[in-house]
Structure formats: structure tokens, C-alpha cells
Design a binder for this molecule. Structure first.
Ligand code: PHE
Length: 451
């Protein structure tokens, strides 16, 4: 088995592939609306602190587990310790839960691409446009399925090269466009107030839910706590500096998220004030950006380019999620690739339909008081990922000891300046925080604390 394993061409290939997986709807759609909801600057401060300590340690830990064991997630944990085989299966469940609703949102992005390409950008800026689209029946379903089929085609072909090449060109373009739009946003009268809200932390907005939301976002955005980075790590060559890679992935991922928020948060602030920020929710990107594009010179063209790039970022991520599921099922059940892809797509359609219809036809069914999409998002990010992360920390910190992983990281004689942070994080701080989060969310479910 081991000698057959493929590997990334080099450091750049790995960083790009990992960044392609990491940078997606999480950065462009999820981060801004969470930042808006959870007090702007204070959320960002908490997020950055967590990224540098918690995110860094967890990402490094997962990639190292992969490279050390040379196994994908389903068997990697077992190789570290026989008793932890079950962790591979729990981690495997997370992408299976995420892919369906991710494709539903990907479908929304696709819809907006079509809107702008047919020159109807002005329509998209109407207040009811987004709401009436997602509460429909056939439209959200059809766009969801098309997005899923696009993902499936790439995974079926296994065109790694194509994705890698396209990421190399399109990711920088995305960055330029985002920077361009955020400069424009600055010129909107009143936007500076919004920028201040976005950047300056107001400590009175701080609460436990800020930390919980930031942590869930960190998992989602960096694609950690679901085995994907373990599998990626198993393809990394032995002479590559893992710390260097993790730094680059983190910087890129966080930069895109921050910039995306830079566009969205100030604009919402201008048009609907602080109240609008708190209530915007999942629709924020789809409702506010069209308003900006409407008044912008060449707004329709820029809107079209923007949504295509978002679509692309979403696709590289959904491909990585599907690829993770497919390779796990193939490894485990020894099935052919196309059979596995079809099975995965079937499961995704079944699990995705409730999310696609959750704002219309199925709007009355609210598990735990949430619409289906929010429910799946909650279940994966706030419940399953903390559980996977907690068990991984226990495995590495207490069962096989951090030294095993530290040795993997430094085996090329590399300096590991954040070693102490890493150790304390994995053994104490991360597990305590994760348990606190899980307890907090459970209490919140029963209405015992305010969420
Ligand atoms: N990290 C991706 C994003 O920010 C989403 C993702 C989740 C990708 C899970 C892979 C695995 O959009």
C-alpha cells in the first residue's frame, strides 16, 4: 500500500492544494456574516488570536499525523493507537454532513453568476430577490444539483492538475478583485464608520458565544477536525517544512476572510446600521453585495466576475470535500471510483434536499429551532468538529504524547519556536476550551444559558 501513495509535487503544490480546499465559502460567505453578528472587531480579534494559537496547533497536528502515518484519516488514528480507530469514522462523518449543504450554497452562488451574466444585476439588488429565490422549490433544488454535478465531474475525472493550475491563476485574481472592491467600499459615504465597527474591538460586545462562533469558524475555514488535512498530510514529502506550510496556509486563508468582511460589513453598516448586521445572517453576501455593485461603475461586469470567482473558490473546496469522502469509501470498501462517486452523490442529494428546501417547502420543519441548512451547519461545526478535535488532542496529548508529533515536525532539524505553545495547546488549553464549548452549546440547547 505505502509505496503506491502519490505525493504532492512539492511545497507549492501542497500549499496551493490545501489553500484551495481551505479558501472557499467559509471565507467569503460565512466569515463576514459571523463577524457582523458577533460584534465586528471583537470577533476578529478573537478569531486572529485563536488562529495563531489554536488553529496553528491543530492544523500542524493534523498534517503531521498524516505525514507520520502515511494514511488517510480513516486509518491514520488507528495507526497511532489501536483504541482510536473509531475516531477515523467520526471524522469521516463530518465531510459527509458538510458536502450537501455546501453544495446548496454553491448553488446559490451559481444562480447569482447566471443573474449577472444575463445582465440582471440590478434585479439582484432588489430587497426580495434573495428571499424569493431561496424560498422557491425548483430553483434552489436545480442549482444545488448542477453545482453537485460540477463537483462530481471533476472528482470523477480526478483532474488534480487542472484544479491545481486553475487555483494558481484564479486565486490571485480573486485576491485582486476583493482588494479592488474593498477600496471602492471605502469611498462610499459613511463607510468609514462601518470600517471602524469592523476593525475596532468593542469589549462590551464580547461573550462566550463570540469565542464559540470564532472557533467553529476556524474549524470550517481551515478544513480541520474532519480528517481532510490528515489525508493531505499523508501526501507531503518528508523533506518539506510543515511549519512553513501551515503558516502560509493560515495567512492566505485568514487574509481572504478578513478582506471579504472588509467589503461586506461596512456596506451593511451603511445601508442598514448595526441592527442590520445582527440580523443579516446567511444571506448577507447575497443581499448586500448586489447593492454595492448596483451603484458601482461597471457594476454588472464586476459583479459577474466576482461571483464567478466565488463560484470557483467554492468549487475547489467542494471538490476537496467530495474527494475526501470518495477516497475514504474507496479505501475502506475497495470499490471502483465511479461507483463510489455515484454513491456519494446519491447520499449528498438526499441529505442536501432538506437544506435546499428549508426556506420554502420545508420551512415549517425546524430541528432544534433552526432551518435545515443552519441545523446541518450547527451539527457539523459546533458539535462534531469540537468532538473530533477534542479526541485528537487527547490522542496526541495524552495517549501517544506530543513528542511523537513534535519529532515528526522537526525531523529535518527544523526550529520549532512555538513548541511550548503547541504542547500546552494540545494538552491543556484546547481540550478545556473544547469541553467548555460542548457543554455551553448543550446548555444553550436546553435554554439554560443564552446563546
Ligand atoms: N474550508 C472551506 C471553506 O472555507 C470549506 C471546507 C470545509 C473545505 C471542509 C473542505 C472541508 O469554504
Amino acid at each position: 500500500m505505502e509505496e503506491k501513495r502519490s505525493s504532492f509535487s512539492g511545497k507549492l503544490g501542497f500549499v496551493l492544494a490545501a489553500a484551495g480546499s481551505a479558501v472557499g465559502l467559509g471565507n467569503l460567505w460565512r466569515f463576514p456574516y459571523l463577524a457582523a453578528q458577533h460584534g465586528g472587531g471583537i470577533f476578529i480579534l478573537v478569531y486572529i488570536i485563536l488562529a495563531l494559537t489554536f488553529g496553528f496547533s491543530l492544523l500542524l497536528m493534523e498534517i503531521s499525523i498524516g505525514r507520520k502515518t502515511k494514511q488517510s484519516s480513516i486509518t491514520a488514528y488507528k495507526k497511532l493507537n489501536k483504541k482510536f480507530g473509531f475516531l477515523g469514522y467520526i471524522a469521516a462523518l463530518v465531510p459527509i454532513l458538510i458536502l450537501p449543504y455546501y453544495c446548496v450554497i454553491g448553488g446559490w452562488v451559481l444562480k447569482y453568476c447566471c443573474t449577472y451574466f444575463t445582465g440582471q444585476g440590478i434585479k439582484a439588488a432588489e430587497e426580495t430577490y434573495f428571499g424569493s429565490f431561496i424560498s422557491g422549490t425548483s430553483a434552489p433544488m436545480i442549482f444545488f444539483i448542477i453545482f453537485l454535478v460540477l463537483t462530481l465531474l471533476v472528482v470523477l475525472g480526478g483532474v488534480q492538475k487542472g484544479v491545481e493550475l486553475a487555483s494558481k491563476i484564479l486565486m490571485p485574481v480573486l485576491l485582486v478583485i476583493i482588494v479592488g472592491i474593498s477600496i471602492y467600499v471605502f469611498t462610499i459615504p459613511g463607510a468609514l464608520e462601518g470600517v471602524r465597527y469592523y476593525l475596532l474591538p468593542d469589549f462590551s460586545n464580547f461573550s462566550i458565544s463570540t469565542v464559540c462562533a470564532a472557533m467553529g469558524q476556524l474549524f470550517f475555514s481551515m478544513s480541520i477536525a474532519m480528517g481532510i488535512m490528515v489525508s493531505y498530510g499523508s501526501y507531503v514529502k518528508d523533506d518539506i517544512s510543515l511549519i512553513g506550510c501551515v503558516n502560509q496556509i493560515e495567512i492566505f486563508d485568514t487574509a481572504v476572510a478578513l478582506l471579504s468582511g472588509f467589503i461586506i460589513v461596512p456596506v451593511v453598516f451603511v445601508f442598514s446600521g448595526e441592527a442590520g448586521l445582527a440580523t443579516g445572517g446567511a444571506g448577507l453576501m447575497f443581499e448586500t453585495l448586489p447593492v454595492v455593485f448596483k451603484d458601482m461603475p461597471f457594476g454588472n461586469v464586476i459583479g459577474a466576475v466576482f461571483f464567478v470567482l466565488v463560484l470557483f473558490a467554492a468549487l475547489t473546496s467542494s471538490i476537496s470535500i467530495m474527494e475526501a469522502i470518495v477516497s475514504m469509501i474507496m479505501d475502506r470498501f475497495k470499490l471502483k471510483r465511479w461507483v463510489t462517486v455515484l454513491i456519494t452523490a446519491g447520499i449528498t442529494v438526499v441529505l442536501g434536499l432538506p437544506s435546499a428546501l428549508g426556506y420554502g417547502l420545508l420551512g415549517n420543519i425546524n430541528p432544534l429551532g433552526m432551518d435545515f441548512l443552519t441545523f446541518f451547519d450547527y451539527l457539523s461545526n459546533s458539535v462534531m468538529m469540537p468532538v473530533v478535535a477534542l479526541l485528537t488532542c487527547i490522542l496526541v496529548g495524552w495517549v501517544c504524547k506530543t513528542k511523537v508529533i513534535e519529532d515528526e515536525i522537526t525531523k529535518n532539524g527544523e526550529k520549532f519556536s512555538r513548541r511550548i505553545i503547541f504542547r500546552i495547546m494540545v494538552k491543556y488549553i484546547a481540550p478545556i476550551c473544547l469541553i467548555a464549548i460542548l457543554v455551553y452549546y448543550t446548555l444553550a440547547q436546553f435554554g439554560l444559558v443564552k446563546y
